[in-house]
Design a protein around this ligand. Structure first.
Ligand code: ARG
Length: 575
């Protein structure tokens, strides 16, 4: 089933070709204002030069031809040559009646599924997850959900930091201080203690370095403790994922250690291919177009002169593995914008090495920093980083307080469930609604407000519709799709909006701008409230009108629910 926009795209493209003899994109977009109609087509300006005609005449010739189509109520050339398009109510009704019978509201699975690796969350073992891991986890999860829903094969990769020299000091400290790993509730303390000793005690530092060697050589005791650390951290990550309602599970973990035994051969191979070379004892890859701040060529360091490997070396092994073994043709890395240069260089290196040809799409989804209300990186009052589990607990606590105000009698169990959905939903939505490339200011009050572009506002819109269904004298599930009619201008606008849903979601699969879906849902909820103000649903006496209005409620509720779910946010029946 084609969306309205796809139908417009087809008919305009064909007509432009027929009338003007050129293949061109009609440049459609939703109209900016109701007085411009429902959609606009802006191709005429661009064709003026090629066709040596006035844009207005180009537009009008197409309009004359399209006038007879049952899709349009009105076509009008405006300005220098835009076409304002108003759809016919019957065309919209037909479309929505079809859409209603489909489980996915017109969203169809792609006929060309990609195999997509989404690298997200990727926290570090023996360290607590902090606010810096929030965005990658939330954004990555929404991307994974949307691509998966559209039929792509999504492989989630949690590229945890579970290898490296820091494990020497951690293991050594654990052994010497008789820590039991299962007692290390506070991983930060462990890390800080070990680091302090490492920095202050030269002899300990030496033993820690020897411990790294032992670990790498497979020493049994060192490995055992390392494994316990990893296991313990994974359990802890998993508890956070569960609270956050993200899809990551243990089988998605493919950490740095997984690539460790592949690094030697990788570096040798790159040297043999003359892609990497020894430079002052180290091994580097020289890449075009990368320079340090002084304008000198900036090589990618892949083996230090002491033989040690780097973050970049592991990522090279990972990118090769993902392309060659996992057979991915799209690789999405959801990582902090501060790592931009690392990924630019990584992608360039993968291309030079011949692993990524132009059929492989490589994307660094970079996101900005979470700022406090003082517009500085978000920290606790005392200046410490904010631990993720404390942040999540606070979101739930604040949501619970809001819910209790409305329902003082609520049972504890239901309260806990609602508080999780509202608190976590608010947190996720606040993150997703902003252009992810920008920094965003974290504000509890704003994200938990019941009005404005917030999670609770959208959840509340759903709750209000659910309440209408509970009071309805007819079973809304049993209503026939044909009962839906457009009988007011607000219903027309609502119809256009609902019909746009598949276009919004499928565009995101390409450009990954999740905030477009947030804005869409926010507009939809706003239109619904307007509709509900002007068109009483249950009190209207004509049952045909009532059933039709109930159908608007059904369609809106289903769209809100699916849209929020694709972002990883749950709806509720009451709050
Ligand atoms: N563990 C890294 C960090 O905390 C993020 C890893 C991102 N993924 C990757 N393939 N480099 O910064």
């Amino acid at each position: 089933m084609l969306s309205i926009r796809q139908q417009l795209q087809q008919i305009f493209t064909a007509t432009i070709k027929e009338i003007h003899g050129v293949d061109t994109d009609p440049m459609l977009q939703p109209a900016g204002r109701p007085e411009y109609g429902d959609y606009q087509a802006n191709f005429a300006l661009r064709l003026a030069k090629t066709l040596q005609k006035k844009p207005f005449d180009i537009a009008n010739a197409v309009i004359t031809k399209l006038q007879a189509s049952p899709l349009f109520a009105k076509l009008e050339a405006s300005g220098p040559g835009f076409i304002n398009i108003t759809l016919k109510d019957t065309a919209l009704e037909n479309q929505l009646q079809k859409l209603m019978t489909q489980e996915h509201l017109g969203l169809i699975k792609t006929p060309h599924p990609d195999t997509v690796v989404v690298d997200y969350s990727s926290a570090n073992v023996a360290k607590e997850m902090h606010v810096g891991h929030l965005r990658t986890t939330i954004i990555g999860d929404a991307i994974a959900r949307i691509l998966n829903f559209l039929g792509h094969q999504v492989i989630r990769q949690n590229h945890i930091g579970d290898w490296g020299t820091q494990f020497g000091m951690l293991i050594e400290h654990l052994i010497e201080s008789h820590w039991q790993v299962h007692q290390t509730a506070d991983l930060t303390t462990l890390y800080q203690q070990a680091k302090k000793r490492f920095d202050e005690d030269k002899i300990f530092a030496e033993r820690a370095r020897a411990r790294v060697v032992a670990l790498q050589e497979g020493d049994k005791k060192s490995r055992e403790i390392w494994q316990q650390l990893v296991k313990h951290s994974l359990q802890y990550f998993q508890s956070i994922y569960q609270k956050l309602d993200v899809l990551l599970v243990e089988k998605d973990v493919c950490g740095e250690s997984f690539y460790n035994d592949k690094l030697n051969a990788l570096v040798t191979e790159l040297q043999q291919k003359n892609i990497a070379a020894v430079d002052q004892g180290a091994v580097v890859i020289f890449l075009k177009d990368f320079f340090d701040p002084d304008g000198n060529p900036l090589p990618m360091l892949i083996r230090k002169s002491d033989g040690g490997y780097l973050y970049a070396t592991t990522d090279l092994a990972a990118i090769r593995y993902r392309i060659q073994e996992l057979k991915a043709n799209r690789l999405i890395y959801v990582v902090d914008a501060r790592q931009k240069q690392h990924f630019d260089m990584l992608f360039a290196a993968a291309q030079v090495a011949g692993w990524a040809d132009n059929t492989i799409r490589l994307e660094h989804v970079e996101y900005g920093t979470v700022l406090g209300e003082d517009h500085k990186p978000f920290k606790t009052r005392s200046g410490d980083t904010i631990k993720l589990n404390e942040l999540l607990a606070e979101a739930e606590k604040r949501a619970a307080a809001l819910i209790l105000q409305k329902h003082p009698e609520i049972a504890a169990e239901e309260l806990a469930q609602l508080a999780n959905r509202v608190g976590i939903g608010a947190l996720k939505y606040a993150d997703l609604r902003n252009d992810k490339a920008k920094d965003y200011v974290f504000s509890w009050d704003r994200m938990l407000a019941f009005d404005g572009n917030t999670g609770p506002y959208l959840q509340n819109a759903y709750v209000r519709i659910a309440a209408i269904f509970r009071k309805s004298p007819v079973d809304v599930q049993a209503l026939d799709a044909v009962s839906l009619h457009i009988s007011s201008p607000i219903e027309h606008i609502l119809a256009v909006k609902i019909a746009e849903f598949p276009d919004v979601v499928s565009a995101i699969a390409n450009h990954l701008h999740l905030h477009y879906l947030c804005d869409y849902l926010y507009d939809l909820a706003g239109l619904f409230h307007k509709f509900y103000e002007h068109c009483p649903v249950l009190t209207v006496s004509d049952t045909r009108v009532r059933d039709s209005r109930l159908q608007w409620c059904v369609l809106t509720a289903r769209t809100l629910k699916l849209g929020l779910n694709l972002l990883g946010i749950q709806v509720l029946e009451r709050m």
